[in-house]
Design a protein around this ligand. Structure first.
Ligand SMILES: [Zn+2]
Length: 328
């Protein structure tokens, strides 16, 4: 293949996506399918292999083309093992890299989806060229990645940087990770749905109750009610934005980032979340440090995972971006 490219696989809790991504950022031969995580580990692995094979076959990618995978963590990027997924029932100590390498007959590079999205944003997205970045991906859960001095911060065993599980309240609710008071328990699809459910049940939001029509409340219903002006739904975003500011203010004071970029499905709420976040961030963080921080929406949208998987594959293979962002 003449120009540098990578096969990118995004293993998300809701969708699996695969594509060939060029060094210029073009996404080719894209294929998607629902994850259907409830069917168990083996069917999901079979679907991942099938998607990768479709992309390899359609693109004619030779064995020299690197394969990158992003997956929900906690995930050990050196061993390629998913230890467990707070939102992936049944996934315990799955050696996904070894399984995919054997089934596809190729070398596989694997990393946490939150770290991948940070790499993708720093190489292909809103933070291109940024060496001091905090990136959040707010979907079902809250994934994240931190780049400081051009180095992705993954820690001793590669299990960081889980900003979603940064405790922000000593008396806070239980979190899916087993902890309590985590940022994700305030700012995530599941936290917004829980808060919306409470509003619908207590009769404080007629708009959410009507949208749910007796079924479960989703984060999208809360977002749409807030966008339509429902005061109770707007208060959910005010609280979420404030909790997010508490967590990010701590990180701003510690890391002095240049940019905070926010992506993921919940981030589609836009200023509903970003406006209270920016306002409260100035309240909690040290003025001289927060003054220079830019808070921006992601430029990659639903492709953050695909770009992240490609970015990691390029970086590990010593490809065209060697020397931009460093891995551990
Ligand atoms: Zn947690």
């Amino acid at each position: 293949m003449a120009r540098p490219a990578a096969i990118a696989i995004d293993f998300g809790g809701t969708n699996l996506r695969a594509a060939l991504v060029t060094a210029e950022g073009a996404i080719l031969h894209r294929v998607n399918t629902p994850t259907r995580v409830e069917e168990g580990v083996q069917p999901v692995i079979d679907r991942l292999v099938n998607l990768a094979e479709q992309v390899i076959s359609a693109s004619g990618a030779g064995p020299e083309v690197p394969v990158g995978v992003v997956a929900p963590g906690p995930l050990d990027p050196d061993e390629g093992v998913i230890y467990f997924g707070p939102n992936l029932p049944g996934w315990r100590n799955v050696p996904l890299r070894a399984i995919l390498a054997e089934r596809l007959g190729r070398r596989i590079v694997i990393g946490n989806d939150g770290n991948g999205a940070a790499l993708g944003e720093a190489i292909f997205g809103a933070a291109r060229g940024c060496r001091h970045l905090i990136h959040l991906m707010i979907g079902t859960g809250l994934g994240s990645g931190i780049i400081s001095h051009g180095q992705l911060i993954e820690g001793y065993r590669g299990l960081g940087a889980e900003v979603g599980h940064l405790p922000v309240d000593p008396y806070g609710p239980r979190c899916h990770c087993g902890g309590a008071g985590c940022l994700e328990a305030y700012v995530s699809g599941w936290a917004l749905a829980r808060d919306g459910e409470a509003l619908a049940h207590s009769g404080r939001s007629e708009a959410i109750r009507r949208a749910a029509a007796g079924g479960p409340v989703t984060a999208e219903m809360v977002t749409e009610a807030a966008q339509a002006g429902d005061e109770a739904a707007r208060s959910v975003f005010e609280s979420a934005g404030r909790a997010l500011a508490v967590g990010l203010a701590g990180l701003v004071n510690v890391f002095n980032p240049e940019m905070i970029v926010i992506g993921g499905g919940v981030a589609r709420a836009g200023d509903l979340l970003l406006e209270p976040l920016r306002r409260w961030l100035r309240y909690y963080a040290i003025t001289y440090i927060v003054d220079t921080v830019r808070v921006l929406p992601s430029a990659l949208g639903d492709d953050a995972g695909v770009y992240g998987a490609a970015a990691r594959a390029f970086l590990v293979s010593g490809g065209p971006f060697a020397g931009t962002v460093r891995l551990g």
